[in-house]
Design a protein. Structure first.
Length: 430
C-alpha cells in the first residue's frame, strides 16, 4: 500500500499549517517531536517553513541526524526557497536533502563513524557535534567541491545552473566548519581572546574560494560573532594579495547589507525580539548592538549614519515592548493573580523572569530608554512589596525578587527598614 503524496495531502497540510501558526509554544514543541519521529523531510518542510523564525527562537532540542549535523555550520543562513536568490549569501532549504545524499555517497565507509557518533544524540550534545563535525565537515567540503548534479537535484526546485555556485559556496563554509563552531562557542560564553586565531584560521587560503563562498563565510562571522568584525577589517587592511583583500571587502559589504536589510524589514528585527524566549533576547540584543557599533567604527563601510540611526530607533522600540511584555507576563500578572502564597515553582519562574529582564535591560540601555526601564523596574518592585503585604510572597521571597529587580543595595535597605520597623514596634508595644 503506497502512502499519499504530499500534493494529495495539500488541504490537510494547509489546515495544519494554519493551526500551527496560531498555536502556543508547547503545542509547537509537541508537533515538532511528532514530525521528528516521522522523519519525512518534505513533510517537515511543508509544515515548518512558515514557522522558521519562531522555531529558531524556541531553542528546540532535536534528533542529531546526518543532514542536520552536515549543515549545522550554515544554519543561520538557511532560508525557505522563496527567500533565496542566487546573488545573496543564503542557502535554500530545499537543496539540503539532495546535497546530503551526495555527501553521504561520497563518504562511503567513512559515514559509519559519523553515524555511530551521533546515534541517539540530540542537538544539545556538544561533544558529539564537535567530534563528528570535525570528521564530517572538511571531508564533505571535498566531496561537494568535486560533485556534479545528481538525478534527484530536481527535488530542490533549483536549476542545474545554480548547482555549482551553491555547492562551491557551501564547501567553502564546511571547509572551515570546526573553526566557525569554535568562534561561535567563544562568542556565546564571552571569551574573545581566542577569536583572533579562529578568524585567522577561517581566512587562511580564503583567496582560493569562490566569491559566493567568501560572502557566506563573512556573513556567518558577522551574524554569530560581531566582536570578530574588527579582525575582518584588519585582514583587509593588512598586507597580502590585492584581489583577495578586495574579495573579502566585498564579502563583508554584502554580508553587512543583508543583515541591515533584515533588520529593516517588518518581520525581521521586531519578530525575532517579540517571539523569541525572553532568556535569549538579551544576548540577541547584545549581538545586534555590537554589530551596529562595529559598522559605525568601520570608516570604509559606506553605510549612512541616518540608516543606522533608524535601525537603532526600531531596536529601541522593540526592546521596550519586549521588556514591558515580559514584565507583565512573567512577573506582574502572576503576582496580581495570586489568591494565596506563591509556591516554590512560581517563585523560581518569577526569579528567572527577573534575571532575564535585567539582562535585556542592561543591553537595551546602550540604545536608549534608560528612564523607561528605571520606571518599569520601580513599578515592578512596588508590585512585589504590595504582593508581600497581601500575603502572596513570604518576606524572604520578596527580598529575593527585590534584589534581582532593583539590586542588592535596595534589598538590603528594605531589609534594614523592616528590621528597624519591627524593633520600633516592639519598643512601643512594651
Amino acid at each position: 500500500m503506497t502512502q499519499p503524496s504530499l500534493n494529495t495531502a495539500q488541504p490537510a497540510v494547509r489546515a495544519l499549517r494554519q493551526d500551527l501558526s496560531a498555536a502556543d509554544d508547547q503545542k509547537i514543541k509537541r508537533v515538532i517531536a511528532m514530525l521528528d519521529d516521522v522523519a519525512d523531510p518534505k513533510m517537515n518542510q511543508a509544515l515548518l517553513d512558515p514557522l522558521r523564525v519562531r522555531l529558531a527562537s524556541l531553542n528546540l532540542v532535536r534528533p542529531l541526524r546526518f543532514t542536520r549535523l552536515l549543515f549545522l555550520p550554515l544554519d543561520p543562513v538557511i532560508v525557505a526557497p522563496r527567500d533565496w536568490k542566487p546573488d545573496e549569501p543564503t542557502v535554500p532549504r530545499t537543496a539540503l536533502a539532495p546535497l546530503a545524499r551526495i555527501v553521504r555517497a561520497g563518504l562511503g565507509a567513512e559515514a559509519v563513524f559519523i553515524d555511530k557518533t551521533i546515534a541517539g544524540r540530540k542537538t544539545d550534545a556538544m561533544q558529539a557535534i564537535a567530534l563528528a563535525g570535525e570528521a564530517l565537515w572538511p571531508r564533505a567540503a571535498e566531496v561537494l567541491a568535486a560533485a556534479a548534479p545528481s538525478d534527484d537535484w530536481t527535488e530542490s526546485g533549483l536549476s542545474i545552473k545554480a548547482f555549482q555556485p551553491l555547492t562551491r559556496a557551501i564547501a567553502a563554509v564546511l571547509r572551515r566548519g570546526p573553526q566557525l563552531r569554535w568562534l561561535l562557542r567563544d562568542e556565546e560564553v564571552g571569551v574573545f581572546e581566542s577569536a583572533e586565531q579562529a578568524v585567522a584560521d577561517i581566512l587562511k587560503d580564503i583567496g582560493k574560494e569562490p566569491p559566493e563562498g567568501c560572502t557566506l563565510i563573512a556573513r556567518l562571522i558577522l551574524l554569530q560573532s560581531p566582536h570578530a568584525a574588527p579582525l575582518l577589517r584588519r585582514f583587509v587592511a593588512s598586507g597580502g594579495d590585492l584581489a583577495t583583500k578586495a574579495m573579502v571587502r566585498r564579502a563583508i559589504d554584502q554580508g553587512t547589507e543583508r543583515m541591515l536589510s533584515d533588520m529593516e524589514s517588518h518581520a525581521g528585527l521586531s519578530e525575532e525580539l517579540s517571539r523569541g524566549p525572553l532568556a535569549n533576547v538579551g544576548a540577541m540584543v547584545r549581538r545586534i548592538v555590537t554589530f551596529l557599533r562595529e559598522i559605525e567604527e568601520d570608516s570604509g563601510s559606506g553605510i549612512d549614519r541616518p540608516r543606522l540611526h533608524a535601525i537603532r530607533q526600531k531596536l529601541d522600540q522593540a526592546c521596550r515592548e519586549r521588556f514591558s511584555d515580559g514584565l507583565n507576563t512573567g512577573l506582574l500578572s502572576p503576582l496580581a493573580a495570586g489568591s494565596g502564597p506563591i509556591d516554590g515553582t512560581g517563585q523560581i519562574l518569577m526569579e528567572s523572569c527577573g534575571r532575564e529582564l535585567r539582562e535585556l535591560e542592561c543591553e537595551a540601555r546602550k540604545i536608549g530608554g534608560a528612564a523607561n526601564y528605571d520606571r518599569l523596574l520601580l513599578e515592578a518592585s512596588a508590585a512585589v512589596v504590595e504582593a508581600a503585604a497581601a500575603g502572596t510572597l513570604t518576606p524572604v521571597r520578596k527580598l529575593r525578587l527585590i534584589e534581582i529587580l532593583a539590586g542588592p543595595e535596595a534589598a538590603a535597605a528594605l531589609y534594614e527598614q523592616e528590621i528597624t520597623g519591627r524593633a520600633g514596634h516592639r519598643i512601643s508595644g512594651r
